[in-house]
Write a protein that binds this ligand. Structure first.
Ligand code: ADP
Length: 169
């Protein structure tokens, strides 16, 4: 049984087994959640990301995939980096956004994580409308078989929180 919980707050302050990063394909850091995770987690996360780039992802982590690193100084064991799709008016990229949640949970299962925190992937710099992002996030987590016991969505502002809460109801 997986319990879905919602928290309004900062994902870098969560105590969970795995924190999901809305990364970009370079894995070398960026703005939004990505910047916050690297700032607060310290240089060990970037060092792991660089190793992953050198060993497996020379061309970058493809959109919709997920990969884990140390969580550095965060109160978590792992950061799972996933690359959300940039929102498009003309193309339906929702399958890629769903893949981010599914693949992150698959990686969490491989690691043995029991609690995981997700941000609203693609709903910031990548431009996804919050209601659509929330619907895809919630539908995908509900439909995914996982050993994770708690999936916590961490929403940064009241509007995002209310949008996810409406989807949960
Ligand atoms: P993307 O590039 O995938 O759109 P962003 O990091 O720009 O990712 O934004 C994703 C969502 O995360 C946005 O709703 C943004 O407001 C939110 N966000 C930004 N910083 C944090 C944080 N520290 N904790 C939780 N959510 C955050």
């Amino acid at each position: 049984m997986t319990t879905i919980t919602l928290v309004r707050g900062d994902i870098t302050e969560q105590s969970v087994d795995a924190i999901v990063n809305a990364a970009n394909s370079s894995l070398l850091g960026g703005g939004g959640v990505d910047g916050a995770i690297h700032r607060r987690g310290g240089p060990a996360i970037l060092a792991d990301c660089r190793k992953l780039r050198a060993s497996h992802y020379g061309k970058g982590l493809p959109t919709g995939q997920a990969v884990a690193t140390t969580a550095g100084e965060l109160d978590a064991r792992w950061v799972i980096h996933t690359v959300g799709p940039v929102h498009s008016q003309s193309l339906d990229r929702s399958a890629l956004l769903a893949s981010c949640y599914r693949e992150s949970l698959r990686v969490a299962d491989e690691l043995g994580a029991r609690t995981i925190a997700f941000p609203a992937i693609s709903a910031g710099i990548y431009g996804w409308p919050m209601d659509d992002a929330a619907r895809i996030a919630m539908e995908t987590v509900r439909a995914t078989e996982t050993k994770v016991e708690e999936v916590r969505f961490v929403l940064f502002d009241e509007r995002a929180y209310e949008t996810f809460a409406a989807q949960l109801r």
